[in-house]
Design a protein around this ligand. Structure first.
Ligand code: BES
Ligand code: MN
Ligand code: MN
Length: 479
């Protein structure tokens, strides 16, 4: 059969598909905030129902230790057609979202999705927390499953899928590692993982992402006196933990913006000449990207000796994500606080190890302990970097599906600076490769107020997933 009826089902049922997505986006599944635990579970139930309606066997599995302390994982399976000879595909996505704050910067409430005209000359977009990250992208896959079921009465077009939807990606996937290990025999039967949680090169320019960075997320607290002090009496006479903390943190980079932590760059893979050439050929416009976020060309700063794309895709960084200390209310208060703290994270590349990096950073701080002060260190976890194979038959199938979905535009091979911890876990624990086939745009405001997903991108995603299923059914090798 041809895919024509399946693709036209998508077109004629689009209003219903969008209203389903809107229902899902209305559920505030903020995984990091315990106040939203019940809502997060409701978002899992919602996805489970959707998958069931498309004919898959679905389980909602508790996570955490004690069991149920984490957010549930939705695990669904489709039976393959008797003559199916393609790979067993693990589809991964996440149904949790980032917190929506600051609420006052949203033009419409984050959990009341609206469809609005796009900023450009054509099209529309859906605006809500989770629109592109990741409910909208997962929905493009769910609708493809539905389209196959509705038009052929065959679950997932006869392709063997295991679908894993996580509810803790945005809070560091803290229970996923254990889940993967405990379900290694089931997940290990899969041949390859497909994830739709990344971006495209640009509007109308589809891409496959072959690498994500890793992350080590820490917090350091510098303690001084056992109480807050009057800065008139104590200023100049004892340690101010805020001043001392920022002096230590400022030493994290040298004048060329290389990270100064000893052994930080151990294991970092060199960018090959071939990669350099391929990335240069993408003609990435850094000046335009800076302009989009309100900055001029002089803001093109970062580690010396590397291009902007190289810095995002293949170089590790140290970032301060928050500094807390002293008086932050209205007006003035002359105080020397008892302590000050900072959230410090590191984006990592192959083959850096997040645990080692966090430990080296703590050691860096210890060596610089300001007189009279004491450190407290917290490791908030993170994830391994992952670079995936670009030569597999499944990847070729995905590229071909993307190309037809985009009416002949070839998919680019790109990397991203973001992190998706599951990819590293699957590789390390099960030897699984991942294919990142994502549909976000650089201006989607991921994690920000007014997050959006262009309907054109949603459509492209749904079509690409329909066509990927078709490619898979026609494959005859397991890889
Ligand atoms: N979907 C993103 C990762 C991403 C962002 C890929 C931008 C491509 C472009 C994911 O949901 C995410 O936000 N990951 C976190 C991971 C962290 C919480 C462990 C990240 O990258 O900060
Ligand atoms: Mn995501
Ligand atoms: Mn995210």
């Amino acid at each position: 059969m041809t895919t024509k009826p399946v693709l036209s089902w998508l077109e004629s049922n689009e209003p219903a598909s969008l209203s389903r997505l809107i229902d899902w986006l209305k559920i505030p599944s903020i995984s990091t905030d315990p106040a939203f635990k019940a809502e997060t579970a409701r978002a899992a139930d919602w996805a489970a129902d959707h998958l069931r309606q498309s004919g898959l066997r679905v389980e909602i599995l508790p996570t955490g230790d004690p069991a149920g302390s984490g957010h549930p994982i939705v695990l669904a399976e489709s039976d393959a057609a008797p003559d199916y000879a393609g790979p067993h595909v693990l589809f991964y996505g996440h149904y949790d979202v980032q917190p929506a704050d600051p609420l006052e910067l949203w033009d419409s409430p984050p959990f009341e999705p609206v469809i609005k005209p796009a900023a450009g000359p054509v099209g529309e977009r859906i605006v809500a927390r989770g629109a592109v990250d990741d409910k909208g992208q997962v929905a493009s896959f769910l609708e493809a499953l539905r389209a196959w079921k509705e038009t052929t009465d065959q679950t997932a077009g006869g392709v063997r899928f295991t679908v894993l939807l996580e509810g803790e990606e945005e809070s560091g996937s803290v229970n996923l590692d254990r889940f993967v290990r405990q379900n290694a025999d089931r997940l290990g039967k899969c041949d390859v993982c497909v994830i739709s949680d990344t971006g495209m090169l640009d509007r109308g320019k589809p891409a496959i992402t072959y690498g994500v960075r890793g992350l080590a997320y820490t917090e350091v607290i510098l303690h001084a006196a056992d109480r807050d002090l009057h800065s008139g009496m104590w200023g100049g006479r004892g340690p101010n933990p805020i001043s001392e903390l920022v002096k230590v943190l400022a030493q994290l980079w040298d004048a060329d913006r290389h990270v100064t932590i000893p052994n930080f760059y151990d294991g970092v893979r060199k960018i090959t000449d071939a990669e350099r050439a391929e990335w240069d050929a993408l003609n990435f416009d850094q000046t335009a990207a800076l302009k989009e976020i309100g900055l001029g060309p002089d803001a093109d700063i970062g580690e010396a000796g590397f291009s902007p794309l190289e810095r995002e895709w293949a170089r590790p960084t140290a970032e301060l994500n928050g500094i807390i200390g002293g008086y932050t209310g209205k007006g003035a208060k002359t105080v020397i606080p008892s302590h000050a703290s900072a959230k410090v994270s590191f984006r990592l590349v192959d083959d850096q190890d997040p645990e080692k990096i966090a430990e080296s950073f703590f050691e860096f701080c210890r060596k610089r302990t300001p007189p009279g002060c004491r450190w407290e260190f917290l490791n908030h976890g993170g994830g391994d970097p992952a670079t995936v194979a670009t030569d597999s038959p499944t990847l070729a199938a995905a590229r071909s599906a993307l190309k037809s979905a985009a009416n002949g535009t070839e998919a680019a091979l790109i990397k991203t600076g973001g992190s998706i911890p599951v990819a590293g876990m699957l590789k390390k624990e099960l030897g699984l490769e991942t294919i990142f086939m994502g549909f976000g745009l650089a201006d989607d405001r991921v994690h920000s107020p007014n997050e959006k997903f262009e309907l054109d991108c949603f459509r492209l995603g749904a079509r690409a997933h329909v066509l990927l299923i078709d490619e898979l059914r026609r494959m005859n090798s397991r890889s």
